[in-house]
Design a binder for this molecule. Structure first.
Ligand SMILES: Nc1nc2c(ncn2[C@@H]2O[C@H](COP(=O)(O)OP(=O)(O)OP(=O)(O)O)[C@@H](O)[C@H]2O)c(=O)[nH]1
Ligand SMILES: [Mg+2]
Length: 151
């Protein structure tokens, strides 16, 4: 069994908590500070228990950023495909924050805005591409050719 911590970073309302809980609801409940949730994945390379650190996108809680990244082995940086200008403006900030760990940058809400992007895209609402960012990080962290999530 492997155990890792993955930070979920990105601006307000891009879909970080929806991704972590995999419990899609249209009601938006902003995260306060940082939430933590353990999820078990069964993969082609065994069981992986992930502690997700789900940060608020609000800079009112910026005091949590350094500590959270310090605890993380890898990060998913998320933006909102329906608000590309607004939510990619701080990608440089999030990428600099996570510079010491492997990261994947993902555009979410592809169900509403299915455009070509240089970044990986996904939709928490439909489940489209939701495992790919994790598989990419697992493969990098465990130096396997390709780790696939079974459930
Ligand atoms: N259509 C659509 N809506 C989504 C998707 N993912 C999340 N949402 C919606 O986006 C809103 C914000 O989602 P959250 O997961 O709370 O966003 P967050 O990034 O955790 O926001 P903060 O905690 O405030 O930083 C909610 O109303 C969700 O229902 C998606 O893939 N498609
Ligand atoms: Mg949240």
């Amino acid at each position: 069994m492997k155990k890792i911590t993955i930070l979920i970073a990105g601006d307000l309302g891009v879909g970080k908590s929806s991704f972590v809980t995999q419990n899609f609801s249209k009601t938006y409940v902003p995260t306060v500070g940082v939430d933590s949730k353990d999820v078990t994945f069964y993969t082609s390379h065994g069981k992986i228990v992930v502690t997700f650190l789900d940060m608020s996108g609000s800079f009112a809680y910026a005091q949590f950023h350094d500590q959270s990244v310090h605890e993380a082995d890898a990060a998913i940086i998320m933006f909102d495909l329906t608000r590309p200008d607004e939510t990619t403006a701080r990608l440089d900030y999030w990428e600099a924050l996570c510079r010491r760990i492997p990261t994947v940058t993902v555009g979410n809400k592809a169900d509403l805005h299915d455009i070509h992007s240089d970044y990986m895209t996904m939709s928490v609402a439909t489940g489209h591409n939701c495992t790919e960012p994790l598989e990419k990080l697992f493969s990098q962290l465990f130096q396997q050719d390709k780790v696939t999530i079974i459930i």
